[in-house]
Design a protein. Structure first.
Length: 319
């Protein structure tokens, strides 16, 4: 959806930008490209960005064409991917603003671009109507935004944080090693981003589907990763602390302290968080006189509706 916030001279207001960002978010935009900016911070602009980000939109903005370290907004706002410009020889364009807002860079010099078909201020600088070669971070940003759209198309479950993380991880690191204020994390690499994206984790079932703290639980599924690393299993928001084994399709962990009653088990990897599968966390400290753990489970199953606890039942199972 193209949203016009600047006039034919390239001027506009933060109020117009704020309204456009909110409109885009309210109408389902998953990627928002902002090829403009101003030098003054605006809380209303930050609030609009946070609103769109919270609605699931990845937001990319031009870092600016000052050629120095001047901060421009919304590139300088939180929850925005700031984009700098490179040349066709992978050096930073001389006009590209360099500061902490730059997260990624993309080609932005001599880009064949669409132009208005009616007279505008740029025509006085000898740019043609219809199409012409333009330079700027305003040209680089749509390159990165297009890649963000491809990422979301390939994996719709990716949120804006995952989109940014993977684009940065797969970028070609130029300039100083690691992130720097000129290239950010590097020049975008569409091929590597799309061919090396980690698959989203999926849980197929649990065994058992109920148990007390410390009970080993087998989580079956896919795309968990060959080793745990920074990944983890959650029981209703409480992370498991003890793991017996971890593989790409099977994880065995113990029910963590703090898990209680009807809960949901998920697996989180660098690619994101899986679907949730029901689990019943029980406490055997509530055994009645002469009652065995097996009898406790049967009793709780019979009282499931009354107590609104889901135990020992799931539509999926893992064997």
């Amino acid at each position: 959806m193209p949203l016009k916030v600047l006039d034919c001279s390239g001027s506009g207001s933060y109020a117009g930008i704020v309204a456009a960002i909110r409109y885009a978010a309210d109408n389902g935009a998953e990627v928002i490209n902002i090829s403009l900016g101003g030098e003054f911070y605006s809380q209303a602009l930050q609030d609009a960005v946070d609103y769109a980000h919270g609605a699931g939109a990845a937001i990319l903005a031009a870092s600016g064409n000052s050629g120095d370290s001047t901060m421009h907004y919304p590139a300088g706002c939180g929850n925005v991917i700031g984009v700098g410009a490179t040349t066709n020889t992978d050096v930073i364009a001389g006009f590209s603003t360099h500061n902490s807002s730059v997260d990624l860079s993309a080609p932005g010099l001599g880009i064949y671009s669409t132009m208005p078909t009616y007279p505008v201020a740029l025509n006085s600088w000898e740019y043609a109507q219809g199409y012409d070669y333009l330079s700027g971070t305003s040209m680089a940003t749509p390159m990165a935004a297009g890649l963000a759209a491809l990422v979301r198309s390939a994996e719709p479950r990716y949120g804006p944080a995952q989109v940014e993380q993977w684009m940065e991880q797969s970028a070609d690191d130029l300039g100083s090693p690691g992130r720097d204020d000129y290239f950010g994390y590097g020049r975008i690499n569409a091929y590597r981003t799309l061919t090396e994206m980690p698959p989203f984790p999926e849980v197929n079932g649990l065994a058992p589907t109920y148990g007390e703290v410390g009970t080993p639980v087998t989580v079956g599924g896919s795309a968990f990763g060959p080793s745990r690393g920074s990944s983890y299993v959650s029981f209703g928001g409480v992370q498991a602390a003890q793991y017996v084994s971890w593989s790409d399709t099977v994880v065995v962990c113990r029910v963590p302290a703090g898990a209680s009653g009807k809960t949901q088990v998920t697996v989180t990897t660098p690619a994101g968080t899986s679907n949730a599968v029901p689990f019943g966390a029980v406490s055997y400290t509530h055994l009645r006189a002469h009652e065995t753990p097996e009898h406790l489970v049967c009793r709780l199953l019979l009282e499931k509706k009354k107590h609104n606890i889901l135990l020992g039942h799931t539509n999926q199972s893992y064997i």
